[in-house]
Design a protein. Structure first.
Length: 477
């Protein structure tokens, strides 16, 4: 029997609040709690909760129905904060023997493209989270957005994983089919399962498109497409965002009815059986290695990295963030380390994307910015403040000589500025006192002058009284 692997990605980032230039150095909280809570509750109601209920019902109804998930650490944290009932429902799913949980980067980050040590640290953190929340230790890995290359695969193999999921990109496969098991080109012990992007995207993106020639898509029609796959092809990977159900494809499109009907049509009318990734890896043999010298992903038509690192805005933001890695390693401050994690989410870079192709509309559902340039400016403002905090937090003995010199110089300048500010305040205060004294003296002088003038007037008046004028007049005669 051939194998059908259903895999779903579950992730929500901590979105940033509007962080303005004047917040830099004054406010170190970067997140939009209201927006994050609103999005989580909306997606929980529309997607996670109803879909999890359907999944549990299907698992109980069909003993051969199987499914796999990866859940980012950020999503788990937000479940705890805003939707604990969602976490409970995923725990119920994870407890079923036909459900497999996969590992990924805790932060849903691009660390595999930036720094090997940071990538390994995040994967270990996610593995610990899987043990903490679900009591499992995953054996299969999927990287953020299915990003993969030969070197990334070799690193994953070093960490002890038996298999990995990635995109069945045309420009990598050439004439080969994605419907086989492959292995890593550097370390053949790592087995590689590929996404069948045509069939996956029929559900994830085209399902509700009434201009699509195959609309409407039914479970019976989909099972018919599976039957048309050549008999020698052994495994089909259907990989997609879990938000496909209820959020990207609304309830009104019939997506839930499609999901509910799919197992019966697959198990009853095709020679496919449902399989978890680890089962496919254990039971199938790789047909060959797959050479991926340059990273691929499951995003957009190009299936490359340009959704996150395709323009100058993204490159500058990415470079500025990961330039701090060496300093971060020397810091113990939990607040800084938590921000370091949250700022690495790949979503921040996706919001800066200036091209809009196949799945751009999907990501726009959760994009808090009007334009990519707004996203860039906001992120860079946050980074300016974060960078100051990082530089300040690094112990003096741990800083490089040049950084220590610059930090010392900056501190001296700050002290000098403060000194001048104090002197200016003192000067302004003294000047005000002098002004008040001068004004007081002038007032007193003015009063004294008025008094003298009054006396003088009185004296003059006495001298020129009517009696005096008469005496003067008669003596004149």
């Amino acid at each position: 029997m051939r194998k059908l692997c259903l895999y779903f990605q579950v992730h929500q980032p901590f979105r940033l609040r509007r962080y303005r230039f004047f917040d830099i150095g004054n406010d170190h909280y970067y997140y939009d709690d209201y927006l994050n809570e609103s999005v989580m509750k909306k997606v929980a109601e529309r997607s996670y909760l109803p879909t999890n209920k359907i999944m549990i019902d299907l698992l109980n109804k069909y003993k051969d129905f199987k499914v796999a998930f990866s859940i980012s650490g950020m999503a788990l944290e937000q479940f705890e904060l805003y939707a604990p009932e969602v976490l409970d429902s995923f725990r119920a799913l994870a407890a079923h023997p036909n459900v497999e949980l996969l590992d990924e980067t805790y932060n849903h980050s691009l660390a595999s493209l930036a720094n090997k040590d940071e990538f390994i640290r995040q994967v270990k953190e996610h593995r610990a989270a899987m043990k903490k929340y679900f009591g499992v230790t995953p054996r299969v890995f999927r990287n953020t957005e299915l990003i993969y290359s030969d070197e990334i695969g070799a690193t994953v193999a070093e960490m002890g994983y038996e298999g990995l999921l990635t995109e069945g990109a045309k420009h990598v496969l050439g004439w080969k089919s994605p419907n086989y098991l492959y292995c890593n080109a550097i370390n053949p012990r790592l087995k590689v399962l590929l996404k069948n992007f045509t069939l996956s995207d029929d559900i994830a993106f085209r399902f509700s498109d009434q201009n699509w020639a195959e609309w409407p898509l039914t479970a019976e029609k989909f099972a018919g497409w599976l039957r048309e796959i050549p008999a020698r092809e052994e495994v089909v990977g259907l990989f997609m965002d879990y938000e496909t159900f209820g959020e990207h494809q609304w309830k009104e499109t019939g997506i839930f009815e499609f999901l509910e009907a799919l197992p019966e049509k697959v198990l009853g009318t095709t020679d496919f059986v449902f399989s978890t990734p680890i089962e496919a890896i254990e039971e199938l043999q790789p047909v060959s290695d797959i050479s991926v010298p340059h990273p691929i992903s499951w995003a957009d038509e190009e299936r490359d990295l340009t959704a996150w690192l395709g323009n100058e805005l993204q490159d500058e933001a990415f470079g500025k963030l990961y330039a701090l890695h060496e300093e971060i390693r020397k810091i113990k401050d939990p607040g800084i380390l938590k921000d370091w994690c949250y700022l690495q989410a790949s979503d921040h870079f996706y919001y800066m994307c200036t091209k809009f192709f196949s799945d751009g509309a999907v990501h726009s559902y959760f994009n808090p910015y009007d334009t990519p340039y707004d996203a860039f400016i906001n992120f860079m403002n946050v980074m300016s403040d974060f960078e100051i905090r990082v530089h300040t937090a690094v112990p003096a003995r741990e800083k490089s000589p040049e950084l220590a010199r610059l930090t010392k110089l900056l501190k001296e300048k700050e002290n000098e500025v403060k000194k001048y500010q104090d002197e200016l305040i003192k000067y302004k205060g003294g000047d005000k006192l002098t002004t008040e004294k001068t004004a007081s003296k002038k007032k007193k002088a003015s009063v004294s002058s008025r008094k003298k003038t009054t006396v003088k007037k009185k004296t003059t008046a006495k001298k020129s009284s009517p009696g005096s004028r008469k005496k003067t007049s008669s003596s004149g005669k």
